[in-house]
Design a protein around this ligand. Sequence first.
Ligand code: PHE
Length: 353
Amino acid sequence: MPSGAASPAELTARFAAEAAAVSDRLGYEGLRLAWTGRKKGILRAMLAGMKDVAPQDRREYGQAVNELKRAVETGLEALAQRLAEEEKAAARRAATLDVTLPGRRPALGSLHPVTVVNRDIEAIFAEMGYSVAEGPEVEDDYHNFEALNFPHDHPARDTQDTFFLNSGALLRTHTSPVQIRTMLARTELPIRIICPGKVYRNDNDLRHSPMFHQIEGLAVAEGITVGDLKGTLEAFIHRLFSADTGVRLRPSFFPFTEPSAEVDITCPFCGGSGASLQGGGACGVCSATGWMEILGCGMVDPRVLAECGIDPDIYTGFAFGLGVDRVAMIRYGIPNIRMLFENDERLLRQVQP
Ligand code: PHE
């Protein structure tokens, strides 16, 4: 036997230990090559060692190496069988259906805050007898401005920060053109409609986004007064927020209404006090004023009625334009309008219809 090398008996034990540690096909191949490899295998080295064994010991050595070889061969066979069985068992385990496991819940989507607010507002006005009208987002100068009594080169146009398209068309800056389209296409009076939709202005900061949502309201009939406008808006606001929400009208200007007003509600965060409810100080939501502006309104200007072929000596009307995103921010306490359009699921998931 070559001096210093392991004896066949020691190698048999070593092989058995190595085989027991193998757990996959890769390990099996490594083991097989290490022991039976034609060039560098251990068995091969043992046979080559025969020449260093004293002649009288060669017989015994040869027998021992033969025994080792058989042990390795049967060991490899057994190992291959064990691995095949383990694979089968694993496949069976993977394929079993465990009916006692809890089911996977489908991820339910939620409605966008703007959708929720739109639906609530539509429902309130539907109860008051209003129907929903819609109009195009790509408008022309006539419906967005001209017919609404914005004269050419009138500074009021600047307040709208209009996006113009190359064709000369524009992205509507408000939902008021739907008033015009509705009046022009009317088949009967009175008219009572609301028009929800997207509007666009070149404006971008914490409170303004280049795209936002408005709901336009229009009522035209004989004998409609400012009292009807105020009563309708108060009833609406009390339904949308709460019955104790304060409402105030501030005189304002729009080319298509006369008189015009902006409507504020008492800040729902400080209850109108202007003081922060958490730990004193000023209310940051309404900047300590106690009020928040949510819409513009007024009596439809007689020139607008006349432009649409409605006799202003017989008919009067009121109109309003509400900022839907503003209402959603107030209702859900969202401080930045852009959060409404990032579609971060962490925000959307919190919206309860
Ligand atoms: N269209 C106006 C705006 O977007 C709002 C408004 C609508 C005012 C209807 C009065 C009547 O600024």
